[in-house]
Design a protein around this ligand. Structure first.
Ligand code: GDP
Ligand code: MG
Length: 162
């Protein structure tokens, strides 16, 4: 059985950037089935000596507005269900948005282990880190998916769950 890590969060927080960093060129599968699974990507992720399958939940850009919420929820629910641990990402520069609260509630309800990542914190975004404690998902990790900051802290969080 492979250990699965899902990256969860609203659009534009940096999920795919982290996915690309964890997977590098090792994308195992692009699921291009129609409907809710269309934009989902899975890849062989690696962080130090940890190996796992990463699920990137995703690009909702093409969805019709009325279908967006439904589609996002279905895709996210499926990823959470499959995952052994969820990396829940918010944007530290924007802070906690109502949509983040919804994802947070779904994650808490799932009972899955959650690692809270506050992204885009290179240089700034610390207010977002403080604010994220309010999500009730434990200690946040400040990261920069783009610059590769916080990867050792993600490793430390995943290592005991793996
Ligand atoms: P997704 O919709 O959650 O998958 O987000 P993306 O990975 O597509 O990133 C959305 C935008 O945020 C892109 O313009 C990225 O370049 C940018 N981004 C991602 N990670 C970081 C980061 O660590 N710092 C900053 N400043 N921008 C980032
Ligand atoms: Mg994406």
């Amino acid at each position: 059985m492979s250990f699965k890590v899902a990256i969860i969060g609203r659009p534009n927080v940096g999920k795919s950037t982290l996915f690309n960093r964890l997977v590098g060129k090792r994308i195992a599968l692009v699921d291009d089935q129609p409907g809710v699974t269309r934009d989902r990507r899975e890849g062989d992720g690696r962080l130090g000596d940890l190996k796992f399958i990463v699920i990137d939940t995703a690009g909702l850009e093409e969805a019709a507005p009325d279908a967006l919420e439904t589609r996002m929820k279905a895709q996210t629910d499926r990823a959470i269900e499959e995952a052994h641990v969820c990396l829940f990402m918010i944007d530290g520069r924007v802070g906690v948005m109502p949509e983040d609260e919804k994802f947070g509630a779904a994650l808490r309800a799932s009972g899955k282990p959650v690692v809270l990542l506050v992204n885009k914190t290179e240089g700034k975004g610390l207010e977002g880190v403080y604010e994220s404690y309010g999500l009730g998902l434990g200690e946040p990790i400040a990261v920069s998916a783009e610059h590769g900051e916080g990867m050792a802290e993600i490793y430390t969080a995943l290592q005991p769950i793996h």
